[in-house]
Design a protein around this ligand. Structure first.
Ligand SMILES: [Zn+2]
Length: 376
């Protein structure tokens, strides 16, 4: 989940939000303004309800952010890099790069989130009590207390990727000595909870529960998907651990002059090579970008004569780089497993290879076939 809009940095951690968040913001504001506040604090004007409801919705997202920030800060303190935090439809996601080094670190990173939600609930509760003379203010703070308690409890459900699932996984890791096995068993437990949520949601729907039943079933379905991808990711990382980049990269690399036209390239270069990616260079020999065959053939034939490779290349500054000795699992965690990612491999400043998703897939297939035993 990448952010659509960047908000800035907090404690050195990039914070952004996804467009899907706006729907929930509107829904939360609407629910507060029309259903909750008029009941807990009757007798105010409609405009005031909407204004306070919007403030409440902002505070709600601030609570979510506090929850995610606590994960990110504890992760960083335990040596796990944090790419950033994205707020979206179902709350927040901390994008961690890499895995915790120990079961204890994983447990701490996971547990601090719900703990933070309970602390925020406690603070909101005290403030609601202090402001009890003002029914509207006190009402919105009481609601904030409630949602943070729910948030903390919901995240403790032992299903991936919820915090409870990670706490369970760390306990199993600690007991079995293998993170892989911990994740595997925690995913199985989580799957049971996800099916229970779907069943409960459907049952509620039939019993007349309406929208909340659909919501619960949808969340259960989401958890099932997330658990599957969590486990797949963990298996992939284990298979690729201790495989150096040099074992996967395509080498040597053919680089092209960046002033060649797309037409010249397709007529005289492409037929003679089996590569799908070519770094391009300027007359001095300095690399300027990377072109992919699939992008070049997509250019309409009428434009191929005028377009030069430099016009269509991905700028060199945007292309991730590595060295032949980096671990493949570390590389994938660092750059993400995007299907269009190409990584240039440099050894002491010299371009020695390219790693494409197809290369990684090839290594994966081989490792799976020979049954690489997961290291503890
Ligand atoms: Zn959390």
């Amino acid at each position: 989940m990448n952010p659509s809009i960047r908000l800035g940095r907090l404690f050195g951690i990039e914070v952004g939000f996804n467009w899907s968040l706006i729907f929930i913001f509107a829904l939360v504001t609407w629910t507060l303004a029309t259903n909750i506040l008029p009941i807990t604090a009757p007798g105010y004007g409609a405009v005031l309800y909407w204004v306070i409801a919007a403030v409440g919705a902002v505070l709600f997202y601030a609570s979510l952010l506090a929850h995610e920030l606590s994960h990110a800060i504890v992760a960083r303190r335990n040596g796990v890099k944090v790419a950033g935090i994205t707020l979206w439809l179902f709350g927040g996601v901390s994008r961690l790069e890499g895995e915790p080094k120990s079961a204890r670190a994983e447990a701490l990173i996971a547990a601090v989130g719900p703990l933070t939600s309970f602390v925020v609930a406690g603070v909101a509760f005290v403030l609601a009590y202090v402001t009890s003379a003002n029914a509207l203010l006190s009402g919105v703070l009481a609601w904030l207390t409630f949602v943070n308690v729910v948030l903390g409890l919901f995240n403790l459900v032992p299903a991936f990727p919820l915090d409870g699932g990670r706490i369970l996984s760390s306990l199993l890791w600690w007991r079995s000595g293998s993170r892989q096995r911990g994740v595997h068993n925690a995913v199985r437990v989580g799957r049971v909870f996800a099916y229970l949520m779907i069943a409960g949601g459907v049952l509620e729907l039939f019993l007349g529960g309406g929208i909340s039943g659909i919501w619960m079933a949808f969340l259960g379905w989401f958890l099932l998907q997330a658990a599957a991808s969590e486990e797949a990711g963990s298996v992939v990382r284990t298979l690729l651990r201790s495989v150096p980049v040099s074992a996967a990269m395509t080498s040597p690399v053919v680089t092209l002059p960046d002033w060649v036209t797309v037409e010249q390239f397709l007529e005289s270069v492409a037929p003679n090579h089996s590569f799908t990616t070519y770094p391009v260079h300027e007359p001095s020999g300095k690399l300027t970008g990377v072109v992919r065959l699939s992008d070049l053939v997509r250019i309409p034939s009428g434009e191929r004569g005028q377009k030069h490779l430099i016009d269509v290349a991905r700028p060199i500054a945007e292309v991730p780089v590595t060295n032949p000795r980096e671990d493949l699992s570390a590389l994938i965690q660092r750059i993400g497993a995007g299907l269009d990612q190409r990584v240039l491999v440099f050894d002491n400043g010299t371009l020695v290879g390219i790693v494409s998703p197809a290369d990684v897939a090839r290594v994966l297939t081989v490792r799976q076939t020979i049954g690489a035993a997961p290291r503890p």
